[in-house]
Design a protein around this ligand. Structure first.
Ligand code: PMP
Length: 361
């Protein structure tokens, strides 16, 4: 059976080369007589897999000895409370920039923990259609948290916010992880659910600068303690073995493409096909994000009415393009164009969009 053009927001499309390699290894991993799913995580064979995924992540982001990579569970959603539990405290205020649904969730979760929380900026009044250019930190900021790509509204940070020296910048990069080069030294902690750009669901990749380990609040529950995970090489308890194995394959695929610079170049080219249609004279489609905040990963747009939006999604599916319905919170349509989505998918979608506009405009 042919594979479809998969525009799902996450879990999302994976590189075909990765799926085929996983398929080949599934029954009998490199002569072990068992699959990765059946291996002990304490075996030498599995250690080689998880250490390889760890080392590749470090290489891809150019991380030196002052950085570590962790493979955790609980989703990016668990980081919404793991971060404030570790770093917010009496007199050390968690700061947030609210740019959408996930940023709001992170902010609310920090408030639940009962520490002082400060909203440094928000684009909520404009339906989260842009990334704020300025922000005001509280006194004694513990850190500034941003959501680097807003999966639901389709906006993305194309610059790094400048924080004063000593204020850690923490980012949720779930939906644009490993999609472009970043100046990692500006950040102190980055986390990402794997299920968009780097693997199947079930693992959260955390990049943490080692100085953050000394700043943690004392007495944290074991599973919320970054240092315990680090000391145990992400195997304090049973890790999501198979997911981490696939992450390693995706990382190998990224490195084979030429790394983040090459992947980024492709992502720009892919998104351009669709944004060009949103900008075309036909006036049929209306993009949600302001131009300077447009996401390269999630492209959100409306059609003249909801009936046409429903028809668009149905007709696209008939043409082998799936996952184009917008998130239930905002409606409209969304095309997610993660790393693994081939250029051809974006070309075909752009052609379909122009055709649909001609027929129904
Ligand atoms: N942050 C962002 C930006 C997301 O897009 C998502 C998931 N769509 C999450 C956090 C939550 O991730 P998880 O389901 O892994 O907890």
């Amino acid at each position: 059976m042919e594979r479809v053009h998969n525009f799902n927001a996450g879990p999302a499309v994976l590189p075909e080369a990765v799926l085929l390699e996983a398929q080949q290894d599934l029954f009998n991993y490199k002569g072990q007589g068992m699959s990765v799913m059946e291996m002990s995580h304490r075996s030498k064979e599995y250690e080689a897999i998880i250490f390889d995924a760890h080392d590749r992540a470090k290489r891809i982001y150019g991380l030196g000895d002052d950085w570590e990579v962790l493979f955790l569970q609980g989703g990016a959603t668990m980081q919404f409370y793991m971060v404030p539990m570790a770093y917010a405290a009496e007199g050390r205020i968690a700061n947030f920039i609210n740019t959408g649904v996930w940023a709001t969730k992170a902010y609310k979760e920090a408030r639940k923990i009962g520490k002082a929380v400060h909203l440094a900026a928000s684009s909520e009044a404009d339906k989260f259609n842009h990334i704020p250019k300025t922000f005001t930190l509280s006194e004694n900021p513990a850190y500034l948290h941003i959501t680097n790509n807003n999966t639901i509204y389709g906006t993305e940070w194309h610059f790094d916010p400048e924080v004063p020296a000593g204020v850690p910048l923490i980012a949720d990069m779930s939906s644009n992880f490993m999609s472009k080069p970043i100046d990692i030294q500006k950040y102190s902690l980055v986390y990402a659910g794997a299920q968009k750009n780097v693997g199947p669901a079930g693992c959260t990749v955390v990049l943490i600068r080692k100085d953050m380990l000394d700043k943690m609040n004392p007495g944290l529950p074991t599973m919320l303690d970054y240092k315990i995970h680090l000391d145990n090489q992400s195997m304090h308890n049973t890790p999501p073995c198979f997911v981490i194995y696939v992450i390693g394959l995706v990382e190998k695929w990224i490195e084979n493409q030429g790394g983040l610079a090459a992947v980024y170049k492709n992502n720009i080219a892919k998104a351009k096909y669709i944004y060009d249609v949103l900008d075309c004279d036909c006036g049929f489609y209306k993009g949600h994000a302001q131009k300077d905040s447009r996401s390269l990963m999630n492209i959100t747009f409306r059609l003249p009415n909801e009936e046409l939006e429903d028809l668009f999604v149905k007709e696209a599916k008939k043409n082998g393009m799936v996952g184009l319905k917008g998130h239930r919170d905002v409606g409209g349509c969304r095309a997610s164009t993660y790393n693994a989505l081939p250029l051809k998918a974006c070309q075909d979608l752009a052609a379909f969009m122009l055709d649909f506009a001609k027929q129904h405009g």
